[in-house]
Design a protein around this ligand. Structure first.
Ligand code: GDP
Ligand code: ADP
Length: 362
């Protein structure tokens, strides 16, 4: 809670001015949601992120929210319009994969975070230009075969699926590459990034921190691919509660003996780590089977049969992988545009950049 930013008081009294470029090289938008006015302010030099302030009319004061998610860098101005329980923010003159953003102001995720943190909360998420299907969350105990099944899927359908590369504080295994299998991170760095709202979800698993950054999922969606997340049950529970709509699959071993055999034969863990993973497996399997998190439970007994069942539930049985899907269509918003909403349609009004500069095209 605090003082009103000096340059805004008059504008708020005059009503919202969308995308107004202020004299000092900044651009702001105001969006009214119930008793609150959300103000986004961006400098036009592209070095700072768009700032969010809230004026709460019921309290008669300014509130500085905790801002979660990756913040968009400002550019040559931006415009905003309320779209259900989030504000659609369109950046002017930026690249097509960076034009469309959402500021979640009253989604289920934001409401939960508000309760958890005890502060006002907003969350940024980047709009994606692809039209990929719902992400797939795959969970299961260590050694059950999640990685193997995911690799088979990605190998058979390379243009269809993309892997969400998690962050972890565990040490890399021999064949693991930073940025491909995981983003290997220092604990202190990851803890700081968790506080700054970088992660969609995170959890402590087998004594290490693991987390899915908002960006890891956006990168895949921006490429027009369906995102696959390999995360534990706690992470799956958090994603269920988040604004990311996904399909949740739990992979079960045929028996604890077989799980132990697979873990030992993989040869990537020390004896101590194997025992820890086996101890945790029992509880994970119970939660996986009994909680309401998962849409499907897959038994990974015979690998080929399990893979066939996985493809079936993803609607891929009999699907012939052909040439890569065409890249997502580029939407090129001109530098000069404004945005408004009529019924359930978003109208982007563009000021032509051709000869007739004054003519307005919608
Ligand atoms: N919550 C969460 N769990 C993760 C994430 N990435 C990996 N995990 C889980 O962490 C556990 C350990 O992963 P890892 O160390 O690679 O071992 P593995 O499962 O035996 O291959 C597995 O259950 C993964 O599904 C993440 O980003 N978030
Ligand atoms: N259905 C299966 N039958 C036998 N071995 C399997 C099967 N699925 C996976 N494996 C093997 O079990 C080990 C663990 O699999 P992995 O995919 O690394 O598990 P996770 O990613 O769940 O920890 C690997 O050596 C893999 O080759």
């Amino acid at each position: 809670m605090g003082e009103a930013p000096a340059f805004l008081v008059d504008d708020l009294q005059d009503g919202p001015l969308n995308g107004l470029e202020l004299n000092n090289g900044t651009c702001k938008t105001t969006t009214v949601v119930g008793e609150k006015t959300y103000v986004t302010v961006g400098a036009d030099d592209g070095t700072l992120s768009i700032d969010v302030q809230i004026f709460d009319r019921s309290l008669g004061e300014w509130v500085h929210p905790t801002v979660l998610g990756t913040k968009p860098l400002s550019c040559n101005g931006h415009s905003a319009v309320l779209f259900e329980n989030r504000i659609l923010v369109l950046k002017k003159g930026s690249k097509s994969d960076d034009q469309i953003w959402f500021l979640e102001v009253d989604t289920e995720y934001v409401r939960q975070q508000r309760k958890k943190l005890g502060t006002e909360v907003v969350a940024w998420s980047k709009g994606v230009i692809g039209n990929a299907e719902k992400p797939i969350v795959i969970s299961g105990p260590s050694g059950v075969g999640k990685g193997t099944l995911i690799s088979m899927l990605m190998k058979e359908f390379p243009s269809m699926f993309g892997f969400s590369v998690s962050h972890t504080t565990r040490a890399p295994r021999n064949m693991e590459k930073d940025g491909v299998h995981y983003h290997f991170t220092e604990k202190s760095v990851m803890e700081k990034e968790i506080k700054s709202g970088k992660f969609l979800e995170f959890a402590s698993v087998h004594g290490n921190l693991y987390g899915t950054s908002v960006e890891a999922v956006e990168v895949v969606a921006d490429a027009g691919k369906r995102c696959i997340l390999d995360i534990d049950v706690q992470g799956a529970r958090s994603v269920r509660a988040s604004s990311l709509e996904a399909i949740f699959i739990f992979v079960c071993p045929p028996s604890m003996e077989e799980l132990e055999k697979r873990l030992r034969d993989r040869g990537t863990e020390t004896e101590e780590q194997i025992l820890k993973r086996l101890r945790n497996a029992q509880a994970e399997i119970e939660q996986g089977k009994s909680s309401n998190i998962f849409d499907f439970i897959l038994y990974n007994d015979n690998l080929e049969e399990c893979y066939d069942r996985l493809k079936k539930l993803l609607g891929l049985d009999g699907f012939v992988a052909t040439s890569p899907k065409s890249a997502p269509r580029e939407i090129n918003l001109p530098t000069d545009h404004s945005v408004s909403k009529i019924d359930d349609k978003i109208i982007i009004s563009c000021i032509s950049s051709g000869l007739d500069k004054e003519s307005k095209n919608s």
